[in-house]
Design a protein around this ligand. Structure first.
Ligand SMILES: Nc1ncnc2c1ncn2[C@@H]1O[C@H](COP(=O)(O)OP(=O)(O)OP(=O)(O)O)[C@@H](O)[C@H]1O
Length: 751
């Protein structure tokens, strides 16, 4: 099947656009051999639009959602984490072994010489033997934060007990550590906190005769934590600061009453029984502190009143829990002392040491005391354990153990007040015979290092809010305070008696005489206040609630943000998956298009090969089996060849154009005819052959071109003109037509 250019252009109109310079043929009939086809999509665009949409922007250019960056932003969370990482600080002090020996020796000597109580022949006889035997220590310091407790040889042989390592202590003080060193590392930060308006608490726990009282109070030559703290607090006070704040001291003990109940005894001044009402101590007195010496004398007098007794393990064993409060209060602008809202308290608790009946040899009332002491130690341990358990599982009750002992009931509020300023001191005896006590204490207390304040605090306050303790409103308490100041006649009497009493007591103990000036003596007064502690705690509670609220708001905000980020992350993952799918699609489409291109190239090369061998007409005939696209390609090639020939012919004829533009075509015909006559040539075919078909075709083309360039020229249909033409003209036209047919162009005649 043969196709003319016009036919092919009609069949593939989109291809027609590519054949630039070829004018449409308005005079040929449009024969649509095949139904109109849509333009075939280019290989790259064959993929569905929806799929190809994202490929508009390369996937690698899509910036990833900065989730890491957002999550790494630590605005309030970092602060919370830092605060929550604050653990209970547990210190450990090992007392000197030699002192222990000396103490035990002293006790045994005293019992031999004096008719001292208790008389327990078994235990007294046993002591000297043990003293001779034991030279080993059961506790060795590994580093500043850990110790190893090794069982004595006798226990190792029989029971297969192994050494235990306890670590995580804030600081381990060896038996060589001095009081000053302990103070600097342990109590000094608390004192500085107090001076800066923050509360704190130190509690000493350990078996009897392990050095708790010694560490807390010390002795005249070797002052302990309390005297050193008071010295720091009061000696550093310059005049300016003194005029701004006042320090108060309160000291009381909690002991057993015939082994049945607990009683609170005020150790300041004349001493009086106190009682706890709604977590506040009624009738407790506070002494205003002026200088270290006066403070020391107050402490000394308080210690003299403290319940102590001689046991087989300690010649002056504490029989009560002693609590000391050093309170700092800021004065108001007008010089008056304000309420307790701006006061800070440093609480120091010296617990009585747990005892073993075997060692102490206690009997009767001492045994009852011993039971009370051991019970308090046990409750103390249980309270700390409950904090730990509550921290792990908030459903577990926290407060119940705190109600089993008065000292713990009192310290419960102080714990929340002191919060991060709560230090726990463990004192141990290093002797071989003390292995069981030491091991028991460390096993019980070493988990305390994991207690975190903020977690407990949060839950503690929440629980507290569920069942709020009924308290007296602060303004009522203030009123009571004022009334008690003015009305209590005991205060004034007491203030007069106090220095004499102190001097007497100090003289009796061989301590340094307290030389107080008269003015100081007069001004020294011990103020009775009601519900003092409760009032302080209430104000702190409000502040805590406010902080807790802020904390919750921030926490909720953080949670919401976290949720949003999670959602975004999910969306991002979905989008990334989609991108991956699209990438795969794109790759497959590219490979497919490459295949198609290769195929096309193969076809084209096949066609070109054939084209070289055969003529154009034959090629069309032979390529019937080819696709219409191949036909177009072939036709394009042919057409370009023809165009090239035409361009050559035009360039040859360009010189003639000037002449032809001036004269009419009829004149040209006549001129040619005359020329023919002059050469007496009748055979037109001969003339044509001599001049060549090409010349005639060139002339014709030239004429056509001129005609196209000059639209005013008349162009008529050959059918209309055929009648009026001469025979020579007709022949000439026939030649032109034959030339036109050769070129696949429609004949155009010029009149
Ligand atoms: N580190 C030490 N340096 C010098 N002496 C010490 C040390 N530790 C304790 N002592 C002495 O040991 C004796 C007993 O100490 P202390 O009374 O402090 O023990 P305790 O743990 O308070 O006992 P308890 O619980 O029975 O009251 C005291 O005479 C004390 O002076």
């Amino acid at each position: 099947m043969k196709y003319t250019i016009g036919q092919l252009i009609q069949i593939f109109p989109e291809e027609k656009m590519e054949t630039k310079g070829s004018s449409p043929c308005p005079y040929t009939a449009t024969v649509r051999r095949n139904p109109h086809r849509k333009a075939r999509a280019t290989p790259f665009s064959t993929a569905p639009v929806s799929l190809l949409q994202p490929s508009a922007s390369p996937p690698q250019n899509i910036p990833s959602f900065p989730i890491e960056e957002i999550l790494s932003m630590e605005v309030p969370e970092k602060k919370l984490t830092e605060a929550s990482s604050e653990n209970l600080k547990v210190f450990m002090r090992i007392r000197t072994l030699n002192i222990q020996r000396e103490t035990l020796k002293k006790v045994s000597e005293m019992k031999k010489t004096k008719n001292t109580w208790p008389k327990n022949p078994k235990s007294t006889n046993a002591l000297p033997k043990k003293l001779k035997k034991s030279n080993e220590v059961c506790v060795t310091v590994n580093d500043a934060h850990s110790v190893t407790v090794s069982p004595p040889q006798s226990l190792q042989d029989g029971k297969r007990i192994k050494s235990e390592v306890y670590q995580g202590f804030s600081q381990v003080f060896s038996s060589e550590a001095s009081q000053r060193e302990v103070y600097e590392k342990m109590v000094s930060p608390l004192v500085e906190d107090l001076l800066n308006g923050r509360s704190g608490m130190l509690a000493a726990l350990g078996p009897s005769c392990s050095g708790k009282t010694h560490t807390i109070f010390g002795c005249g030559r070797d002052p302990g934590m309390v005297p050193l703290a008071l010295d720091r607090i009061l000696s550093q006070e310059d005049n300016k600061m003194q005029s701004q704040r006042i320090f108060y001291l309160s000291m009381f003990e909690i002991s057993s009453e015939k082994g049945k109940s607990e009683k609170i005894f005020d150790l300041l001044k004349d001493g009086a029984d106190l009682f706890i009402h709604q977590s506040s101590i009624k009738g407790m007195r506070e002494a205003i502190l002026y200088d270290p010496l006066q403070a020391e004398s107050l402490i000394a007098s308080g210690l003299l009143k403290r319940a102590t007794a001689m046991t087989n393990s300690n010649n002056q064993s504490s029989r009560s829990q002693c609590i000391i409060n050093i309170r700092c209060e800021y004065k108001e602008v007008n010089g008056e002392v304000g309420d307790n809202s701006n006061s800070a308290v440093l609480t120091i608790v010296d617990l009585a040491g747990a005892e073993r009946e075997k060692k102490t040899g206690n009997q009767g009332i001492r045994l009852l005391e011993s039971n009370f002491i051991n019970n308090t130690s046990m409750v103390f341990g249980l309270c700390l354990r409950s904090l730990l358990e509550h921290q792990k599982n908030p459903r577990k009750p926290m407060r119940k153990h705190f109600q089993n002992s008065l000292v713990m009931f009192y310290t419960y509020e102080i714990i929340w007040k002191a919060r991060n300023g709560w230090l726990q001191l463990l004192t141990v005896r290093p002797g071989e015979e003390d292995y069981l006590d030491t091991s028991f204490l460390l096993r019980q207390a070493s988990p305390y290092t994991k207690i975190k304040f903020d977690i407990i605090e949060e839950h503690g306050i929440l629980n507290h809010n569920k069942r709020p303790v009924q308290r007296t409103p602060s303004y009522v308490q203030l009123k009571r305070m004022k009334l008690s100041k003015n009305e209590d006649p005991e205060i004034n009497q007491g203030s007069d008696e106090c220095p004499q009493l102190l001097n007497k007591e100090a003289a009796a103990k061989g301590m340094k005489d307290v030389s107080l000036t008269d003015s100081r003596v007069q001004s020294e007064e011990i103020i009775s206040i009601e519900a003092n502690v409760g009032n302080i705690l209430r104000v702190d509670q409000v502040e805590l609630e406010r902080k807790e609220r802020n904390h919750h708001i921030l926490q909720n905000f953080g949670k919401a943000l976290w949720k949003v980020l999670k959602e975004y992350k999910k969306k991002l993952e979905v989008a990334e998956n989609e991108i991956c799918t699209l990438r795969n699609c794109l790759t497959s489409e590219k490979s497919r298009s490459a295949e198609l291109e290769n195929q096309l190239r193969d076809w084209q090369s096949n066609c070109c090969c054939r084209e070289g061998k055969k003529s154009l007409d034959c090629e069309v005939a032979e390529n019937e089996t080819c696709t219409p696209r191949d036909h177009i390609t072939n036709e394009k090639t042919r057409f370009s060849k023809l165009e090239y020939e035409l361009r050559d012919w035009r360039s040859n004829c360009s010189s003639r154009k000037g002449i032809l533009s001036e004269v009419s075509f009829r004149e040209v015909d006549e001129f040619e005819r005359k020329d023919l006559e002059d050469h007496q040539s009748n055979d037109y075919n001969k003339v044509e052959s001599s001049t060549g078909d090409a010349t005639a075709a060139e002339d014709q083309e030239n004429t056509n071109e001129l005609n196209a360039e000059s639209p005013q020229w008349n162009v008529k249909e050959p059918a209309v003109l055929s009648g009026s033409c001469s025979s020579t003209d007709q022949e000439y036209r026939r030649k032109e037509e034959s030339f036109g047919n050769n070129k696949f162009l429609n004949p155009i005649h010029i009149q």
